[in-house]
Design a protein around this ligand. Structure first.
Ligand SMILES: [Zn+2]
Length: 160
């Protein structure tokens, strides 16, 4: 069985898989997943479907093609399809929050803007994005005027 993924999708969830192909698709022992990677090339992997015991229930999940552990979500990254344990992904907040850049250039606002742009159904999303974008632009203009004053002072020019 084949399962095609639309371009630009970086993850394949078992829920999307079942929704696209119906509940009987999970009865297959293995599937071939095809997705487009970041560079536009097709990434293909044969993925086993296995049972995972969770609580009193048994859930059908993917077996990661790299490590074999069960996963409800597989990622398409660096020309391969694998689970989050094989391809750990840190958010911008996790990677950058302790940096000077984050504090100095409104990293929190930029991160919030990026997160809002990914949401589909957030109420008043565009309104909030506009407020954040205006705040970032205002802070950028303030930094530029401060920088220009510093440059003028360093060059001993009359302030503009
Ligand atoms: Zn894995």
């Amino acid at each position: 069985m084949r399962f095609e993924v639309i371009p630009g999708v970086r993850s394949i969830t078992i829920t999307d898989f079942r929704r696209a192909l119906g509940p009987h698709a999970l009865d297959e022992p293995a599937v071939t997943l095809t997705a487009l990677g970041d560079d536009g090339t097709a990434v293909r992997a044969k993925v086993a479907l296995v049972d995972k015991i969770a609580g009193r229930g048994v859930h059908r999940q993917f077996a990661c093609p790299s490590c074999g552990t069960t996963a409800a979500v597989l990622r398409v990254e660096a020309g391969a399809i694998s689970c989050a344990r094989c391809r750990p992904h840190r958010t911008a907040h996790q990677r950058l929050r302790s940096t000077r850049w984050w504090r100095r250039f409104d990293g929190k606002l930029i991160d919030e803007l990026a997160r809002l742009s990914c949401r589909r159904r957030a109420a008043r999303r565009l309104e909030r994005m506009q407020i954040i974008a205006d705040r970032i632009a205002t802070r950028d203009r303030e930094r530029i005027s401060t920088l220009l004053a510093d440059v003028d002072a360093a060059l001993d020019l009359p302030s503009s």
